[in-house]
Design a protein around this ligand. Structure first.
Ligand code: PEP
Ligand code: MN
Length: 343
């Protein structure tokens, strides 16, 4: 249950309501910044009808509440003039890791020439082996920020640890939570206090409920700007690096108001398959794509097999545009593709 208080409600009214809830011995979370109280369903909520400071009460049938579609139909927000969510579509691209100034400069110039508005690149990399390239750290953040500012791009970069929050916050426009950190609840709590968007990747073995509850950690901290990113889950079969769950895109649209993007690079782990998955994700209704692109893929210091070349990326972008145009001709969204196929 979500209780939304009137903006005109006084401090005394709020405190009195909170006291009443306390006396019920129920757990609840008061989100002062948003004037919201989130609590489990009450057995007897009749007394709330007499509370004049309440604007709206939402009952959800899901454990995640603020992330639910019952609470809100759609979310969109602005990142330095670029819209994320609703009907907007954003391409986010760049190398897995920031390696050199020239690599990022070249990539930024290329992306901006195609009209892409977001550059991605990790400065702090979570690597399976401690001996692999783990990123340039602060130098990397400086490099990507400089190139992004030069080409009017927004920076998407991973926040790997809570201790790096201040540093990454300063350089990033969107803070990425990696698959391995989706269950890092203290990090999620901290990101709830941040006023920049969070790109929340799906844990590689996370159920949709767990993923949306991870989003709920951020939302319940007061940060409404959460982007869900499907990047594939681990299955019994390792023929592809991960199994990108395309079906989860329309499912999330049914369950939540949050923007959903897809990462076909980690989703398949092989450059030759990134295009097919990109197109599938767009057709399924994704609000954007996160794609790893490198000026010289075979020389990439991390995730080289899945990095696409500039030429390849350009071709993917053109085809993505075609799919988007095609979707626009349907009046009811991606599901009408099925109707079209039956003709
Ligand atoms: C990445 O985006 O480079 C990355 C490490 O992704 P993931 O957390 O999905 O593995
Ligand atoms: Mn990567």
């Amino acid at each position: 249950m979500i209780i939304e208080l009137k903006h005109t409600s006084t401090e005394t009214e709020k405190q009195e309501l909170l006291k009443k809830l306390e006396s019920l011995h129920t757990s609840f979370k008061w989100i002062a910044a948003k004037n919201l109280i989130v609590l489990p369903k009450l057995n007897d909520s009749a007394f709330l009808k007499n509370e004049s400071c309440i604007e709206r009460i939402t009952e959800t049938d899901t454990p995640y509440q603020l992330a639910s579609v019952q609470f809100k139909k759609q979310t969109s927000f602005d990142v330095k003039g670029a819209t994320i969510g609703n009907d907007a579509f954003q391409m986010m691209a760049g190398p897995c890791a920031i390696e050199t100034e020239s690599q990022i400069e070249e990539t930024a110039a290329f992306l901006s020439s195609l009209g892409v508005k977001f550059i991605r690149g990790g400065a702090y990399k979570p690597r399976t082996s401690p001996y692999s390239f783990r990123g340039l750290g602060l130098d990397g953040l400086r490099i990507i920020r400089k190139a992004a500012d030069k080409y009017d791009l927004r920076v998407v970069t991973e926040i790997m640890d809570i201790s790096l929050l201040e540093e990454v916050y300063e350089y990033a426009d969107i803070l990425q939570v990696g698959s391995r950190n989706m269950h890092n609840f203290s990090l999620l709590d901290a990101l709830g206090k941040v006023d920049k968007p969070i790109l929340l990747k799906r844990g590689m073995h996370a159920r949709v409920n767990e993923w949306l509850l991870a989003a709920e950690y951020i939302l319940s901290g007061g940060n409404e700007k959460v982007i869900l990113c499907e990047r594939g889950i681990r299955s019994f079969d390792n023929a592809t690096r991960n199994v990108m769950d395309v079906g989860v895109i329309p499912l999330l649209k049914e369950l939540s108001h949050l923007p959903v993007i897809a990462d076909p690079s980690h989703g398949t782990g092989q450059a030759s398959r990134v295009e097919a998955l990109s197109l599938a994700a767009v057709a399924a209704g994704a609000n954007g794509l996160l794609i790893e692109v490198h000026p010289n893929p075979s020389k990439a210091l991390s995730d080289s097999y899945q990095a696409v070349s500039f030429d390849n990326f350009k071709s993917i972008s053109t085809k993505v545009e075609t799919i988007k145009e095609c979707l626009k001709t349907f009046s009811t969204g991606p599901e009408s593709i099925l109707k079209l196929q039956s003709f």
